[in-house]
Each structure stands twice: as C-alpha cells, then as structure tokens.
Design a protein around this ligand. Sequence first.
Ligand code: A3P
Length: 296
Amino acid sequence: YSSMKISSRPELTEFEGISMVHYFTDNWKNVQNFKARPDDILIATYPKAGTTWVSYILDLLYFGNTAPERQTSLPIYMRVPFLESAFPVIPAGVELADNLPTTPRLIKTHLPVQLVPKSFWEQNCRVVYVARNAKDNAVSYFHFDQMNMVEPEPGDWSTFLHNYMDGKNVFGPWYDHVCGFWEKKKMYSNIHYMFFEDMVEDTGREIERLCSFLGLSTSAEEKERITQSTHFDTMKQNNMTNYSGLPVMDFKISPFMRKGKVGDWKNHFTVAQNEKFDEHYKQRMKNTTLQFRTEV
Ligand code: A3P
C-alpha cells in the first residue's frame, strides 16, 4: 500500500451534525451496520487523547504472551482497527475488524457517542474511553493536522484554536465528545472512563484499573513489563507503534509520537488566548460534573 500517496487535503464537511472528512463517512453504511460481538472491546476517544497508548496497553494485556509475533510484525493500526476509517492506503476499518483473528477484538473509534454503531450497545460490549484535557488535546490535534494529509489544513495556531472552540474540526466539538461518553456512563455501566493525565501520572495504576474493569488477573511482573513497553520513548522507537509505516503522515513536519506530556499547552496558548478559552470553556462545560487536570 505504501506507494499510494495522498495528493490533496480533504475538505471539512458537515455530517450527522458534526464536522467530518469523507475518509470517515465513505464507508458509513458498513460502519453503521457493523456487527459487534459481546466480547469486543471498543476503545473510544476524541482524536489525540491517547488512543494509541491505551490501544497498545490493551493489545499487550490480551495478546502480549499468546501472540508475540503480532507485536513485531503488525503495526498497531492493523491490530486495533479504526472502525470508521476508509483510507486509500489500508483496508477499511470495518473490513479489518471483520477479519481480525483474535478474541477479543480490540476496535478503535473516534465517533461521538451518538454515532457509535448501535450493535456495540446492544451486545453490551465493554468500552474504554480515554479523555484528555481540552488544551493539550487542542495542541496535539493542531500538530497532527499539520502533518497528516488525510486531515484538513489546520491553518495557523490561532485559526486552529478558534475553529476548535467552535467544534469545526474532524469529529466535532471536544466538549460534546467528552461529555457525551461521561453522560452515557450513567445509563450504560460497561464504560471505563479514563484520563490521559492519570496515565502520565501513574501508568501502572491505570493499567491496574484497566485490569480490574476487564476482569484480567495479569501478574505483577507482566504489568510491570507492559508499563515499560508502553513508555513514551519506547513506543516512539517502536516502528509497530509509532505510525512510521503510514504514508499519509509527514514526520518531518511533526512526529506522531510528539511529546507525550501534560501541560504543553503553556508553550502554545498566549495569555489572551488562554483567558478567552477559559471563559468559553466555563460556558461549554457548565452542565457537567466532568473535571480535567491541565497539569500533573
Ligand atoms: P502529543 O501530540 O501531545 O505528544 P492518539 O493516539 O489519540 O492520536 O494521541 C496521540 C497523543 O498521545 C500524542 O500527544 C502522543 O505523543 C501521545 N502519546 C502516545 N503514546 C504515548 C505514551 N506512551 N506516553 C505518553 N504520551 C503518548
């Protein structure tokens, strides 16, 4: 697939009430009709919240010992299919998921809660949701849009931030996404809601919590090994987890494994942008009990 290059940026379009690009809507019928199995695990996130990190942790928890050759031969995006994706460079997410040989299947989505295929809820699948504070999430998304040819041009930082506050970026508003899954938890108990900041603070503790949600009795040694293997520097070096094989990204502009920090927003937000953002944030988040940390 790697000989195929994307020549132009997609446009941002309106789809089912959110901003989208065609790469995530081209296969919509198959996405909507996706047949989940009861033991599927859905990894749901707003883009840039730590999806790859948690995906790799889950992959190692389930298959680190039973299928070690998968870890060294298949990139993470092939092991954990991106459900709604229909990129020209790899098979569509639904197709990859349908052909996964493993049980459970680990499946990634960025869809907001209202667009998640209903089969996942009907089958009472386990859902692991990862959320990241709005400011660091914005900064990470900005760099990602710059280097990823399947994303619309982000413009400069101030343009991007303005659009982000407006929800005019792929997968819609951050605010609705994180709150949507937070609310869903009240009606649907099979969601483990976790935070990027907690993972940075204490990865081992978060792996522990994941294990108890998933009912896994992984040994302490194994958990320690997974903590080491999923460290930022290790994942950045690992060609199976750093996205280096995907030709739609230009690492000369920005690497996929960029910084992996909490608080990098301080290097991007001006004082004025920060004040405006905080004001707007208060409005957008006034009806939720959901709380984030912007530093650890
Ligand atoms: P930064 O751009 O802030 O560095 P996603 O996988 O959802 O696209 O999220 C990508 C973000 O998670 C990037 O953030 C990336 O560096 C960070 N990340 C990925 N693996 C990580 C790890 N093991 N530890 C810390 N951060 C990680």
